[in-house]
Design a protein around this ligand. Sequence first.
Ligand SMILES: Cc1cc2nc3c(=O)[nH]c(=O)nc-3n(C[C@H](O)[C@H](O)[C@H](O)COP(=O)(O)OP(=O)(O)OC[C@H]3O[C@@H](n4cnc5c(N)ncnc54)[C@H](O)[C@@H]3O)c2cc1C
Length: 311
Amino acid sequence: MARVLIVGAGLTGSLCAALLRKETPRPVHLAVWDEAGDSGGRMATARSPCNSQSTVDLGAQYITCTPHYAKKHQRFYDELLARGILKPLTSPIEGMVMKEGDCNFVAPQGLSSVIKHYLEESGAEVHCRRRVTQINLRNDKWEVSREAGPPEQFDIVVLTMPVPQILQLRGDITNLISECQRQQLKSVSYSSRYALGLFYEAGTKIDVPWAGQYITSNPCVRFISIDNKKRNIESPGVGPSLVVHTTVPFGVTHLEHSTEDVQELIFQQLESILPGLPQPVATKCQKWRYSQIDFWEPLPLSFASGYKRIS
Ligand SMILES: Cc1cc2nc3c(=O)[nH]c(=O)nc-3n(C[C@H](O)[C@H](O)[C@H](O)COP(=O)(O)OP(=O)(O)OC[C@H]3O[C@@H](n4cnc5c(N)ncnc54)[C@H](O)[C@@H]3O)c2cc1C
């Protein structure tokens, strides 16, 4: 049986695993490795240590389906909506730019539930806290080394992490990429920002007329969401949760600062925007070093041609 490794348990890796399971004619052994402590990637959902029902989306906030993707990916949206994993976004997000024909969706259980759904469908063996460091060719197999533990061999390896993290890999994989391709890959640049999740006690009121707001006048804060309100899951036994995304300039400037210091700075700015905000019972500060792509050059087609058929 062919052994396939997918590196990265985010949306790309999980959907890739589910599609491979569904569409390959013969049985394959599927493994997904991720360096993080849980699946989700940039669609991570954090849980309050005080109440596991209180959650916050730290990365992506909602999924925008444009008319183009509605046509192309209708079956994916239909399935996720039928299962209740996605629901239309109906709460007000101030400052959101809506283009004609776009639909926005939220995940009531947090966006990582989309990833968990695809991983479950794939039946893949999922291993978190496995950071891939090297990929070498040994006797016609890919030998994948990780930070801790013995290397393992696979017939096929699919890399789904952000481009700079692919370029950090060592071993024979570096020879697969020509100098020209490497330069083009290096030109893919990502923005950096922080996310701060705040969890509150049950019964806490955050009295604002919106569920989310884009901020344009603060050097630190770009977006605030009352996350449970955004997802329409207000419940008397579970306190509200709030997430703040910083601006990119703030993220870049503070990239190497301690998380504690950064958290304090974000908190101060948040209080100036929402004075009188109650004290949270728990917080989670996440650095997104590779947040969203802000520049890329199209790759030559030949880069995608080195595939191997699973037969
Ligand atoms: C703050 C923020 C806000 C966003 N807002 C939105 C939004 O509102 N709507 C939207 O549609 N999109 C949004 N996005 C973008 C969206 O989250 C991403 O496009 C999407 O989640 C990318 O999924 P992915 O699987 O391709 O990559 P990722 O989710 O980054 O998955 C890659 C995985 O690879 C793992 N990895 C990396 N290196 C290694 C290694 N060496 N070994 C093992 N594992 C490794 C990482 O831990 C990660 O889990 C946002 C992103 C951020 C950060």
